[in-house]
Design a protein around this ligand. Structure first.
Ligand code: FES
Length: 107
């Protein structure tokens, strides 16, 4: 279990407990956090789970694989150096307190 904070485009912050092994996308969708869609259900095929990870915590996370990078190119909003697909990041004790910002649009 880890506390994850999602900050939407308007600056509204929502902090929820997400179970270990769940993705950041699942944590958002199951808690009704708006701004992450997760259209493909987490199979890295839609890019509607795009998020911006706190740059200072980015290095703690496993690097994106080629598939994630390819899908990120299709994200509807601006892609930044700290852009990730939230379905590709699993919650663990390492992610405790992680803050992710949500893009202006998911498509
Ligand atoms: S939920 Fe579709 S790519 Fe993440």
């Amino acid at each position: 279990m880890a506390k994850i904070t999602y900050v939407d485009w308007g600056g509204r912050s929502t902090t929820v407990d997400v179970a270990n092994g769940w993705s950041l996308m699942q944590g958002a969708v199951s808690n009704g956090v708006e701004g992450i869609v997760g259209e493909c259900g987490g199979s890295c095929a839609c890019a509607t789970c795009h998020c911006y990870v706190d740059p200072e915590r980015l290095a703690e996370l496993p690097a994106p694989d080629d598939n994630e990078l390819t899908m990120l190119d299709l994200a509807a909003a601006e892609v930044r150096p700290n852009s990730r697909l939230s379905c590709r990041i699993n919650v663990s004790p390492t992610t405790e307190g992680l803050v992710v910002h949500l893009p202006e649009t998911q498509g």
